[in-house]
Ligand binder design. Structure first.
Ligand SMILES: Nc1ncnc2c1ncn2[C@@H]1O[C@H](COP(=O)(O)OP(=O)(O)OP(=O)(O)O)[C@@H](O)[C@H]1O
Length: 272
């Protein structure tokens, strides 16, 4: 088949979903290499489903998925493990594993491509622990970490994988605001320094605008808006997709859009 060779990832005519629940029909999306793309949309609109298809853990029932210009619709997760990293929404933490050993799994993704452990691997793991602020607790059991610490350990694992394309499903889950900004800055740094292609699902619209080059807003099984943060985060679009009345103003420093939710008329704080 012919694929768009300029795209890092491409869904073409894809039908995707679960038994008895088609989430997308005939979906076309191309992700450019070297950019940070944010997937946005209301709960249940299919952000994770699309990321799972890109990450090879959900197979489309029609259409193709291409990666670096190659049709990978039928290939296993393992075969692209070195080049494509996926942080799922709810990763399963293995029992009785230290934080360092969890992060080290990034050097042997999916236990594939086994090769002897090297000093270079150890250095990369140490750097990932340091970058995510986990060095001091690297020997703790991963199962004993707080939600935010564990999320950072998973981010460190993805960093240690050093894949050219990284898919992150809600990487800021469980993180306090300071750590959200820290983790997203780290993702931005990896993108700028190494040219890593990043696709991430985010719920915070202002943070998405600040850290993503392009936003894709999904709603009702389709792409509702796609473009720069200013193109996508328009009050009318937010009203339509999220039922959210919001003010969109420029951030005084970055000049990216800040989304300020407003109460609807007659709505009181704390009411549904
Ligand atoms: N394993 C599954 N089996 C059946 N249906 C599923 C499964 N996982 C998700 N779904 C359904 O598919 C649809 C899309 O779900 P998905 O998790 O992709 O949404 P999302 O946009 O990531 O949502 P959220 O913002 O709540 O994380 C939803 O209707 C959801 O209930």
């Amino acid at each position: 088949m012919t694929v768009n060779t300029t795209a890092a990832l491409e869904a073409r005519g894809v039908t995707l979903g679960y038994e008895g629940n088609v989430v997308f029909r005939d979906l076309d999306i191309a992700i450019e290499p070297g950019r940070i793309t944010g997937l946005l949309g209301p709960n249940g609109c299919g952000k994770s489903t699309l990321l799972k298809a890109f990450g090879r853990i959900l197979k489309p029932t029609a259409g193709t998925i291409a990666f670096d210009g190659q049709d990978i619709t039928g290939v296993s997760t393992r075969s692209v493990a070195r080049r494509l990293a996926l942080l799922p929404q709810k990763p399963l933490t293995p029992a009785a594993t230290s934080v360092r050993d969890l992060v080290a799994r990034g050097r042997h993704p999916h236990q594939s491509l086994w090769r002897p452990w090297t000093a270079e691997d150890a250095r990369i793991v140490d750097e990932a622990l340091e970058a995510t602020g986990l060095t001091d607790i690297a020997d703790r059991d991963a199962g004993s970490l707080s939600g935010g610490q564990l999320q950072r350990a998973w981010i460190a694992l993805v960093l240690a994988q050093q894949a050219g394309t990284v898919l992150l499903d809600e990487p800021t889950t469980f993180l306090d605001l300071g750590h959200q900004v820290e983790v997203l800055s780290l993702v931005e740094q990896v993108n700028r320094d190494r040219g890593t292609t990043v696709v991430m699902v985010l719920h915070d619209l202002s943070l998405a605008a600040r850290y993503c080059d392009r936003l894709i807003l999904l709603a009702d099984g389709r792409v509702a808006a796609d473009g720069s943060p200013w193109d996508v985060l328009m009050p009318e679009t937010l009203q339509e997709s999220f039922g959210l009345r919001a003010l969109v103003i420029p951030d005084p420093v970055s000049e990216t859009p800040l989304v300020v939710p407003l109460l609807r008329e007659g709505q009181e704080l704390g009411s549904a």
